[in-house]
Design a binder for this molecule. Structure first.
Ligand code: ITT
Ligand code: NA
Length: 200
């Protein structure tokens, strides 16, 4: 069985490949570059779970393969949960990690250290051609620092210090991030579901 990782985000794709490669015996993980191109699903959902399902359904519709999708973002306490589902396009241009991070730091400039809490959130969705749908969500709490640090990861990683650590998630080794992150937890929880749904 082939399983499609339905993401156009290179940072996510690298993490999902690590998390799912050889996770389920008999299941071969493929990326969008391995299948026919199709238009990006509009992310019109109000929640991470809704958007993850939209993306996975669209992938199945166009490719006929079972697909997983990830919708994720950073929910900042002092901004009432924003940017949340808007994280990728917060500064205006979709996927502008530098612009998004700069905007966030600007918005939090006057917020004191004790009120800079935030959570990375990841919804992991699985949809199969026969209409089976599963979605589950995990969070990774921490706080937003005042200056970027580190070059690993992507997106808001350089400004996010996970709870219990002193370094940003961009200063963690990939395996260290995977072991703790919202995405690592969500897809680890999805693995037994994949095994159940995809293997005969
Ligand atoms: P796909 O929909 O194609 O998967 P996308 O980049 O549009 O790609 P999202 O709408 O889910 O995906 O946006 C997620 C954004 O949240 C992403 O652009 C990052 O800015 C941020 N984000 C999510 N997970 C992150 C992580 O582990 N580290 C840093 N930033 C993250
Ligand atoms: Na989104």
């Amino acid at each position: 069985t082939r399983l499609l990782l339905a993401t156009r985000n290179a940072g996510k794709l690298a993490e999902l490949q690590r998390l799912l490669e050889s996770a389920v015996p008999g299941v071969e993980v493929v990326g969008l570059r391995d299948v026919q191109e199709y238009p990006e699903a509009p992310e019109t959902g109000a929640t991470f779970a809704d958007n993850a399902l939209l993306k996975a359904r669209e992938a199945v519709r166009y490719t006929g393969l079972p697909a997983v999708a990830d919708d994720s973002g950073l929910a900042v306490d002092a901004l009432n949960g924003m940017p949340g589902v808007l994280s990728a396009r917060w500064s205006g241009r979709h996927g502008d990690d530098d612009g998004n991070t700069a905007l966030l730091l600007g918005q939090l400039a006057d917020v004191p250290d004790e009120r800079r809490g935030a959570a990375f959130v990841c919804a992991a969705a699985l949809v199969t051609p026969d209409g089976t749908e599963r979605v589950l969500e995990r969070q990774w709490r921490g706080h937003v620092v005042r200056e970027k640090r580190g070059t690993n990861g992507f997106g808001y990683d350089p400004v996010f210090v996970p709870e219990g650590l002193e370094v940003t998630s961009a200063e963690l080794e990939p395996a260290q991030k995977d072991a703790r992150s919202h995405r690592g937890q969500a897809f680890a929880a999805l693995v037994p579901v994949l095994a159940e749904v995809l293997t005969p």
